[in-house]
Design a binder for this molecule. Sequence first.
Ligand code: SF4
Ligand code: SF4
Length: 269
Amino acid sequence: MGINCTLNKNRSNIIFAENECSDGMCCFTCVIPPDNGHVGFLKFLWKKGSGYPYVKLLVTGEGYKNELYDSCKFLNFTISASPTDASLKMDLRCSIYKRRPVQCMGYPDEAGDSLFEKMSGPCIFNEYAAPASYKKLIYKRDWQAFYAIQDDVKAIRNIFVNEDAHTARELLIHAKDVHLATISAGNEESNYILIPLPKRIQNILYLSEKHQPIGTIAQAYHRWQEKIQKNLQNHYGTEWEMKLKNAIETEEKDAGKRRNEDTTGNPEC
Ligand code: SF4
Ligand code: SF4
């Protein structure tokens, strides 16, 4: 999949609405079985969300193939202009949230199928917001995620609240860090507006005792051992334990250096 990008001049910020899980990243990838089977017969009664099929999740990493994920049919993706400042507020909600299907309701606390350890790994947003050293070790790349909105009037009219579509497009494409991109997948080429996902975790990351933000490689490994081990084995074969040990040591050294810099005010030589 190829991407051609242009970056706009920065103006207003795009921020997430102050709600738990307002990133909704798992609704693109993790919990959706083919044909939304988990929603049962409700899938015939419920209206599609405003995001489907106009918004996709794009994952990129330098030197690696880009990945484009479709959204769940029931995902509501909305953007609204703040009445008080120049920011735009983005929110992702399940349109059937009150009757959220069991599979989604328990995610990520009940993801996985082991009898003794139900939670096999952190949710995708947790991994996205993790330190770069963790991502490089676990995925062998530092990856970025974007919401890719189809650049056409119908798509914008669906997701923009209280705004005329042409005005909305202007606001969107001139917002901070927003890119215009042509993405070709197979024989098809389409124009998209790319919004980078903010990494802020307060207020938007679902938190529970089991589901905590990733701070360090050692802490994440301790918590989500099964899943992380599988990834490492796939990537590094028999050398995975050595890679893990080295990565933890480097991370600890870097953290020590940063602590010294903080106390002395000078970088360590
Ligand atoms: S925080 Fe995790 S579980 Fe919640 S919506 Fe985001 S990806 Fe899904
Ligand atoms: S049904 Fe709702 S919670 Fe489940 S994947 Fe779809 S949008 Fe997300």
